[in-house]
Write a protein that binds this ligand. Structure first.
Ligand code: HEM
Length: 147
């Protein structure tokens, strides 16, 4: 029985990390798309192509990965009894920030689709640092479990 639970735990962890990779890849790609998108004129045919690429990235990769990272992460936390640990609380705080960033980027895609360009290319490149920094903190917390 214990062996089955351990095996299941490892499968859950594998699924969690697979969707973490997909989610992070999407989060790195989307603001890059925005930078290229903003370089073409609002009515240009290429503009419509970028709107479609961004919508597809969000629909096929980003939203499903976000949900599955949360689902498998919470299953791990429950089955491993990790909810009392400080590192998990800190990790959850950073993941909530990252989820907020995801929602903000998704709303930026909707604004771009209606021709609004609220940020400069430089600001978008700066925003692109958020997932990298968040991922570094999260991975240090989950692997080192410092508290
Ligand atoms: C969405 C909420 C999340 C929850 C509730 C959660 C929870 C967990 C738990 C309980 C574990 C198992 C820890 C262990 O067995 O030692 C784990 C593993 C892991 N998580 Fe998350 N996680 C979440 C999101 C994330 C995110 C966003 C990332 C990366 C950016 C991430 C990266 C990892 C990695 C790399 C591992 C494997 C660590 C190891 O095997 O040592 N998690 N997660």
């Amino acid at each position: 029985m214990i062996q089955v639970l351990t095996m299941l735990y490892l499968w859950l962890k594998a699924a969690h990390v697979i969707f973490v990779v997909f989610w992070m890849a999407g989060l790195f790609m989307l603001p890059r798309f925005f930078v290229y998108h903003q370089e073409c004129a609002p009515g240009a045919p290429e503009n419509a192509l970028w709107v479609e690429r961004e919508a597809r990235l969000l629909k096929i990769i980003l939203w499903p990965s976000l949900v599955l990272v949360w689902v498998f992460g919470l299953m791990l936390a429950v089955s491993g009894g990790w909810f009392t640990q400080g590192w998990l609380h800190a990790k959850l705080a950073v993941v909530v920030v990252l989820t907020g960033y995801h929602v903000w980027m998704a709303s930026y895609a909707r604004h771009l689709a209606t021709g609004q360009r609220k940020l400069t290319g430089r600001q978008l490149r700066l925003a692109n640092e958020v997932p990298g920094v968040a991922a570094a903190i999260i991975i240090i917390l989950v692997i080192l479990k410092p508290f």
